[in-house]
Write a protein of this length. Structure first.
Length: 303
């Protein structure tokens, strides 16, 4: 299946590579054309568009164009450009972490132009190229079903790790809540390891504890695997500052909880700890920063 990938950052580029390895033809656009050229030289089936306007001629209708860019103005601007390039019956897919309200507005605008709009919340970070991506899909049934071969290639398995969540906005809404849950899970691990570290008389090797917990225990998870990897070389994490960023989804999830009268104390407190960390970094904050770097390649502050 032919598809355009607009945005070749770390995740978008890896998704393009996984699709190419799965036998799809991918037309790639990125502001820095060298990224697409490198992927094209490495993988079979890759093509590079130097202007977004070139996509219509390089894809067979009905066309599929996947925007994999940061939420906000850049996604909005690329979307507006695509509306002038694509034709009725074509499909625009948006895989960034956009606010679901923006997604619903954009879907109405795209449908008004006779095209389809599919929103996909994507999880998997820098490991998705080998492990597969978890995907939460929103939009009308027909274009989602037409794109099944793409989702099945990107997912960990054809029948695993992805699903059609509902109408426009449902994919990004589910990803927003996914990230809120992620905040809470990370916070619990970070606080637990800080307690162990503080119990000096028992002389815990924190990496050994993490390795023991990874198998057979109730709290085993991929986040724990990544925590163990972060602790392997030096559990004191001397090269990191306890400064933890947030990219917005946790805030949106908490606002939804407030609007819906749903208590969400764990997610809320985990977000507030990130605020606290930026002025008062603790060991727990260091470990949170290390986890974010492990799963998503997120930037960390070096000590």
């Amino acid at each position: 299946m032919d598809i355009a990938m607009l945005g070749l950052g770390r995740m978008g580029g890896n998704m393009a590579r996984r699709l190419l390895r799965g036998g799809h033809r991918v037309v790639m656009w990125n502001r820095e054309t060298e990224v697409g050229e490198k992927i094209k030289s490495d993988e079979t089936g890759g093509d590079v568009a130097y202007q977004i306007g070139d996509l219509a001629q390089r894809l067979a209708p009905p066309r599929h164009a996947w925007i994999m860019l940061p939420a906000g103005d850049i996604t909005e601007n690329v979307l507006q450009t695509l509306l002038g390039v694509l034709s009725p019956g074509d499909t625009i897919i948006e895989g960034g972490n956009s606010n679901y309200k923006d997604t619903q507005r954009r879907a109405a605008m795209v449908k008004g132009n006779g095209m389809n709009y599919v929103d996909v919340g994507v999880s998997g970070g820098i490991w998705g190229i080998t492990e597969g991506y978890g995907m939460m899909v929103g939009g009308d049934k027909e274009p989602v079903e037409r794109m099944r071969p793409i989702f099945e290639t990107l997912a960990p398995a054809k029948d695993r790790g992805w699903g059609h969540m509902g109408p426009s906005g449902a994919g990004h809404y589910a990803k927003m809540i996914h990230n809120g849950i992620e905040y809470g899970m990370m916070q619990a691990y970070a606080e637990g390891f800080e307690i162990l570290r503080a119990k000096k008389e028992l002389k815990y090797d924190l990496h050994q504890v993490a390795e023991a917990w990874r198998f057979g225990t109730v709290i085993r998870s991929w986040l724990l695997d990544l925590t163990a990897a972060a602790l392997k070389d030096d559990p004191e994490l001397p090269g990191l500052e306890g400064f933890v960023s947030d990219s917005g989804e946790g805030r949106w999830a908490i606002q939804e909880a407030i609007d819906l009268d749903v208590p969400a104390p764990v997610i809320t407190q985990s977000l507030f700890h990130r605020f606290y960390s930026r002025a008062n970094g603790t060991y727990a904050s260091k470990l949170l920063a290390a986890m974010r770097n492990q799963f998503g390649g997120h930037t960390v502050k070096k000590a």
